[in-house]
Structures are given as structure tokens and as C-alpha cells.
Write a protein that binds this ligand. Structure first.
Ligand SMILES: [Zn+2]
Length: 249
């Protein structure tokens, strides 16, 4: 048991009692963890508005051994998620980021790069000038890459040949990658993905690819890149993420 400090994003909340909540954070220092926030439901509670969903805050907590809830002792708001007015993709994109952090990361598996990706995605989703679809895709790709789940986009999953010269690839996600046109068979029923979308996915997933480096996507490319990311995520989770149906691509 020790007292720790962290910078964290609120990714889930659940009622615990009349006055208390269990809050799940994704923190820069400790990854994902849940903490009991006593009094958090009271109007003039000890944590004010710092614990709103998707808020970024600085927290102090008593860290318990694994398997038991930590206890939140302080939380101060750093920034609030403020979705673009009238944009459902901005609002639900934020919920989707929280959903993926909840479901695709392990407890207490710190990865500051994932934290930075999430922080940047929420910031972009609050920006009326930004392309919300591109922000969502960049987050999906970055998270899959950091989690070691990003598919191999260079070689055919069956024959291992380089697929760089193909114009259309079939995406065969259960085997974690692409199929060349020779290996594509009806029974694999992979959807096609264009060479242009594969090139964008490679750029977005490259080591050191910067979120600030805005990649412009056509509508079709957005649809293709998002579809590939979603098929990988769905395959890993065994279900579609719950918030996915509210996103419009
Ligand atoms: Zn092949």
C-alpha cells in the first residue's frame, strides 16, 4: 500500500453506494486501474467536476495490492472533454476512445504512449477544425500497434509473398493480415482493401508517426481504414465495441 500521484483520463464510472463511485482511470504512470472515490456523488463532493467522463485530471490515490480497489484521495481537473457542438462523431468518438481503452488494455500495464495517443485524440475530437474520422482512425491504429495487434500489411498471410505490388488486397483478419490475389479464395470471404488505404495504414502505424502530422483521408479511405481497424478489434474482443454503432463513417 502506497500513496501515488498520476495524470489520468476518466474512462468509466460506476455507482458504488449512495455517495461513492468506482472510477476507472487510464493513467500515464500506471495504465488502467479503478479506484473508489468516496463522496464522489455528493453535490459538493471532494472531487468537484474532476471526475466527469473523459476529463483529464491529476490524482492522488492509495494504491492497493492487485485485486483490490485503490482509494482516490485527491483529484484536480486539468482539462475537460468538450465535444464539438452538433457533431455526434466528436461526442461518440470520445466515448469510443474510452471504450477501447477499457476493453483493449490490461490493468496496470503502463504505456505512456497510449496515454498520449488518447489525450491527443480527445483534444482533436474537441477541435471543430479537425477531421473527427481521421482522429478516430489514428487512435485505433496507434492503440492496435502499441498493443501488438496491428496486422502485417507487407506480406500475404498464406504464401508470405510481398503484397506491395497488388492493387487490391483481401483483408483476412482472423489470420492477422492481408491476402494476395493468388491466395484469395471465396471461403476466406475477406473484404477488399485498396492499395491507397493500405499505404495510409502503414504511414499511420509507422514507428514515430506523429499525431500532429495530419494525414488527409478521402471518405473512401476513411471507410476502408476504419473497417480494417474495427475488424481487428472485433476479432480480438469477440464482439463489436458497444459505442461503435453511434459512429458515422
Ligand atoms: Zn498469397
Amino acid at each position: 500500500m502506497s500513496t501515488e500521484k498520476a495524470e489520468a483520463i476518466v474512462i468509466r464510472q460506476a455507482d458504488f453506494s449512495e455517495s461513492s463511485r468506482v472510477v476507472t482511470f487510464f493513467s500515464k504512470e500506471f495504465g488502467k486501474f479503478s479506484a473508489l472515490a468516496k463522496g464522489a456523488k455528493r453535490l459538493k463532493g471532494p472531487f468537484d467536476a474532476a471526475l466527469d467522463l473523459l476529463s483529464t485530471c491529476r490524482i492522488v490515490f492509495i494504491r492497493k495490492s492487485s485485486g483490490t480497489l485503490s482509494i482516490l484521495t485527491q483529484a484536480s481537473l486539468e482539462s475537460r472533454f468538450s465535444p464539438v457542438s452538433g457533431s455526434l462523431n466528436s461526442l461518440y468518438g470520445g466515448y469510443y476512445v474510452a471504450d477501447l481503452l477499457c476493453s483493449l488494455t490490461e490493468d496496470e500495464d503502463a504505456d505512456p504512449e497510449i496515454y498520449d495517443l488518447a489525450y491527443a485524440a480527445l483534444k482533436e475530437l474537441s477541435d471543430p477544425e479537425a477531421d473527427s474520422a481521421a482522429s478516430i482512425i489514428q487512435f485505433e491504429i496507434g492503440l492496435l500497434r502499441r498493443a501488438g495487434l496491428f496486422p502485417n500489411l507487407s506480406e500475404c498471410s498464406v504464401c508470405g509473398q510481398s503484397v506491395t505490388s497488388e492493387k487490391k488486397y483481401a483483408h483476412w483478419v482472423s489470420q492477422g493480415g492481408l491476402l494476395c490475389s493468388d491466395c484469395r479464395r471465396q471461403e476466406y470471404s475477406g473484404k477488399s482493401i485498396s492499395a491507397g488505404a493500405v499505404a495510409i495504414l502503414k504511414r499511420m502505424s509507422g514507428e514515430g508517426s506523429q499525431l500532429s502530422e495530419r494525414i488527409r483521408l478521402t471518405k473512401d479511405q476513411s471507410v476502408e481504414c476504419h473497417r480494417l481497424a474495427v475488424s481487428v478489434i472485433t476479432n480480438v474482443l469477440g464482439r463489436k465495441p458497444g459505442t461503435l454503432r453511434y459512429l458515422n463513417f
